[in-house]
Design a protein around this ligand. Sequence first.
Ligand code: ATP
Length: 303
Amino acid sequence: MEYILETDNLTKKYGNINAVDHVSIHVQRGEIYGLIGRNGAGKTTFFKMLAGLSKPTAGQFTIFGEPASNTVKLRDRVGVLIESPGLFNSMTTFSNMKIQALSLGMNDDGYLHELLNDVGLSGKENVKVKKLSMGMRQRLGIALSLVGRPDILLLDEPINGLDPQGIVEIRELIGRLSKERNITILISSHILEELSKIATRYGIIHNGQLIDEFTHQELLKRCSERIEIRPSDPTKACTVLEQMGITEYKVVDQSIIQVFERLTESGEIVLELAKNNIKTLSIAVKNEALEDYFLSITGGAKT
Ligand code: ATP
């Protein structure tokens, strides 16, 4: 498998704090990769290293298979919106775009207008940034990150502080950029529910460590309705399930079997297991909300 971006044990220490601790992620071209973590999990630090804004303490990463060891090379390929966009508030929307373009050695006003149109800011070219709404400023931040025609976009918490309408607009914009411009997007958030509407793959970061990585299909499966059985003999129980014609199941922690089909037949399953001398230590129908799932793997209450 060829990855557009791959990190290998990327690590950042601040004194004795492991802000990012041996994180290895794999991002394929065209993916929208959602990096989920609670406050202080290490998302911003991770993105800063990918953007060349912070030097890793250890580990490395590659972009298009090439070691990303110098920031000049990176700047061409990676667009960045980290924390709040660095905007000149008393200048107009277009002037902000122009400054960004000049700093990258570009001089194509037509392209800048096209980008503003893409992010839904056409007509706002001559409006001073301080008069834009928070959602518009965030969209301008995304337009700025696109000026260098990047292949990869890093968006750190782009929906933070936006109202529901603003969130929908940013989500639609990200979906469009992915489809129409074929940009690979890494987006961080502390809200799994929000990212689940656009991301194709997820990485969960907790206390600086990547504790899980899974696809959107896998997430749907993990949160979908299922029967959870804890049998006395899980291996034998799987054979019994297969004899019953059940194929949609998964063994978790070598002790729990999750069954994703025939959800109304838990009684029959218990009976069939008993006939085969397998005790059912517990059985329940479960269906987790995304945020509950997130909390269950990162532990404890939301911060
Ligand atoms: P948030 O969602 O709150 O922005 P985050 O997931 O982006 O959090 P980071 O900002 O990357 O997390 O912080 C990870 C850890 O590193 C935290 O414990 C933070 O206090 C610490 N940290 C971040 N930047 C620095 C720094 N410049 N100096 C010292 N510690 C830092």
